[in-house]
Ligand binder design. Structure first.
Ligand code: WT7
Length: 649
């Protein structure tokens, strides 16, 4: 495979850390980074114990690390409560009355919660969960809009030792059903709806439909957000505000084992079924805490804003946990970046004096397209640090972010990581490492990143290979929920005892890591992973469809767009609306994120003699209109000519 990994991007622009930034930063020189990095690799236990000691542990660990690949245990034997660390820990200082969350609804409504107030809400909801019978280890599925209650619900689960599984509010009924049944959830937290692009999006009705198919849910807690009329099933559905009104606000956080499961978050893989990535408590806490501290260089006077949704790992690590562990003030926003127009984010940065801003390349591309006027009419001088995540950032988008948003003065941290890694893995340390547009630069502390060839040898500078992590790190996944075999096959089967990331990459002569993209059949649409097999299965579940192949096509804003090739069942006539119907079908099975931009009804697909669909040929075809790749394994070369005539690119 590695011989197919090519990297053609040549980038010579380099931006040394801004001097003013460096002089105030925790890590202020390359030497300091290198020294700390060396210690973190040579003595990881000493390094991580020091970080962990910034936080509260109800009882000490016996050992920092127990590692028997692929299973890691961190802070073995310690008892800890992550919600206590996010909240109670701050109540004895000035932080008690400091804003934890400044929230803005899409329609412009505002709410603030101090650390003290957030603590009260979390204690109350913890008591609600307990009084409704939620026990330690029970799974609670969250299907929420971006409102403070989403954070409250996550922290309350964590506080009582229940395991949350957040499902992004854009996912469909069937996606909820799959996740509910995979993790055997007994409880749901949702809302009557949420606002997105000026419209109230119904959430509870999706949950209700899901609960018709999955009967294991005992209680469903419903936040009133939009005021939409929703049916409440007696005995099962309860209004959040009603139970919260009666709940006590006193709750003592019990310590749980450091390896106690914290959450399950589903992410796409190369086969149809999403993987339930399992994270545990102590290591994840230390990892998200330390990355916020060093990568975002968070300080008490910062106002931080991460524009992700809590339904993704970014929202878990860099909205709910990391920032609160650091006691920072954060902005949380309910809606779309372009509501009422593309100046929304910049107006909010100005109003709340945001100093650290974290978003995705797909959003940056959309802003570029919308025009600079929407940005420049706002005062963005409060910004001191910018971040990106989700996919490789195109150098031109990086330059725009640097100049137009950052006014040329803000370092950009291009953070490479994954749902599985829990926290940043390859990223600039902003006061120490020179950045270059398009590279996530150097490994974070304790991250032993390397690029290997097929035989497990390290690739020479600039040669493409597979990105791997050779040592355990605290916030690493502890497995795929209920599927150890898949865990071993997906991450640990290429090289003995080494975590295989699934991305291709190269390292340049300065040690900067350049991510080339995914190696498996996984698309990256707007910074989110979508399995091609998942979308294919959705298409094939339609009555009219016999077979489907899905590939990604370069897209200006989304990074990749979904393109589907569909073979119909013999007796189907191609009604005018069928293409639209099939696209809609994908939306209803998975969610709008997976909806194909283009969908071709075809008579045959390019296959190998053993019957495997050759997606790389389709991928080339939709990108360039041509096929130059090797077709010697193709069963029927004629198929290509037929497809070429059909495809527009
Ligand atoms: C995959 C992980 C991590 C939160 C968002 C996505 C790609 C992520 C970068 C980056 C290049 C990136 C990788 C990775 N990716 N960040 N800064 N540069 N690629 O989480 O859904 O688990 O996806 O996103 O391909 O493996 P995820």
């Amino acid at each position: 495979m590695s011989k197919d990994i090519e990297s053609h991007l040549v980038e010579s622009r380099s931006f040394p850390p801004n001097e003013e930034f460096s002089s105030n930063a925790r890590i202020s020189s390359l030497e300091q980074y290198e020294e700390m990095y060396k210690e973190s690799i040579e003595s990881p236990e000493t390094f991580w114990a020091k970080e962990a000691n910034d936080l509260n542990w109800q009882s000490d660990w016996e050992r920092v690390l127990e590692w028997k690949a692929p299973n890691a245990k961190w802070f073995v034997g310690a008892k800890v409560n992550i919600a206590e660390n996010c909240l109670d820990r701050h109540l004895t200082s000035d932080r008690k009355d400091k804003n934890a969350i400044i929230w803005e609804g899409e329609l412009g409504d505002k709410r603030t919660l101090t650390y003290g107030e957030l603590h009260t809400e979390v204690c109350k909801f913890s008591n609600v969960l307990l009084s409704e019978g939620v026990s330690v280890g029970d799974r609670v599925l969250l299907y929420m809009p971006m409102i403070p209650e989403a954070v409250v619900a996550m922290l309350a689960c964590a506080r009582i030792g229940a395991v949350h599984s957040v499902v992004f509010g854009g996912f469909s009924v069937d996606s909820i059903v799959d996740r509910l049944s995979d993790c055997e959830a007994k409880y749901v937290v949702t809302a009557d709806g949420g606002y997105r692009r000026g419209k109230a999006i119904a959430l509870k009705s999706n949950v209700d439909q899901a609960l018709e198919k999955y009967s294991g849910v005992e209680k469903s807690f419903v936040v009133k957000r939009t005021g939409a009329e929703v049916p409440m099933l007696t005995g099962r559905d309860v209004w959040w505000h009603e139970v919260m009104d009666e709940a006590s606000s006193s709750h003592v956080a019990e310590g749980f084992d450091s390896e106690h499961p914290l959450f399950i978050l589903y992410t796409s893989g190369s086969t149809g079924k999403p993987k339930g990535i399992l994270h545990t408590t102590g290591g994840y806490m230390v990892g998200t805490y330390a990355t916020c501290k060093y990568v975002f260089d968070m300080n008490d006077d910062d106002v931080y804003w991460c524009t992700a949704d809590v339904g993704w790992i970014t929202g878990h690590s860099y909205i709910t946990y990391g920032p609160l562990l650091n006691g920072v003030t954060q902005v949380m926003y309910e809606g779309a970046p372009n509501y009422p127009d593309f100046s929304r984010f910049w107006q909010m940065v100005e109003e709340y004096k945001v100093s650290i801003f974290y978003t995705a390349p797909t959003a940056i591309r959309a802003f570029i397209k919308a025009g600079n006027d929407l940005v420049t009419k706002h005062d963005l001088s409060s910004l001191r640090l910018l971040g990106t995540v989700g996919e490789p950032i195109n150098p031109e988008a990086w330059m725009w972010y640097h100049e137009v948003i950052g006014g040329g003065r803000c370092p950009i941290v291009d953070t490479w990581w994954q749902t599985e890694t829990g926290a940043h893995m390859v990223t600039p340390i902003p006061g120490a490492i020179s950045t270059k547009p398009g590279t996530a630069t150097r490994p974070f502390f304790g991250v032993d990143a390397a690029i290997l060839d097929e035989d497990g040898n390290e690739c020479p500078p600039n040669a493409g290979g597979k990105l791997v992590i050779r040592k355990p790190w605290p916030s690493m996944l502890r497995g795929i929920y209920g599927d150890e075999k898949r865990f071993l096959e997906t991450y640990w089967s290429d090289y003995e005892g080494i975590y295989c990331v699934g991305d291709g990459a190269r390292k340049d002569e300065d040690g900067n890591i350049w991510i080339v993209g995914r190696l498996d059949d996984v698309l990256n649409v707007s910074g989110h992973r979508l399995g091609t097999a998942e979308i294919e299965s959705a298409l094939v579940s339609h009555d009219a469809v016999a077979e489907a192949a899905v590939v990604g096509k370069p897209h200006e804003i989304k990074g990749q767009a979904v393109v589907a090739f569909v073979i119909l069942k013999g007796d189907n006539n191609k009604g005018d609306t069928l293409v639209q119907d099939l696209k809609k079908h994908v939306t209803s099975v998975i969610g709008a994120l997976a909806r194909p931009d283009d969908l071709y009804l075809v008579l045959a697909l390019p296959k190998t003699r053993s019957g495997k669909i050759m997606r790389r040929l389709l991928k080339e075809l939709v990108a360039t209109g041509e096929i130059t790749g090797n077709i010697t394994t193709l069963e029927d070369p004629n198929v290509i000519n037929v497809l070429k005539a059909q495809v527009s690119c």
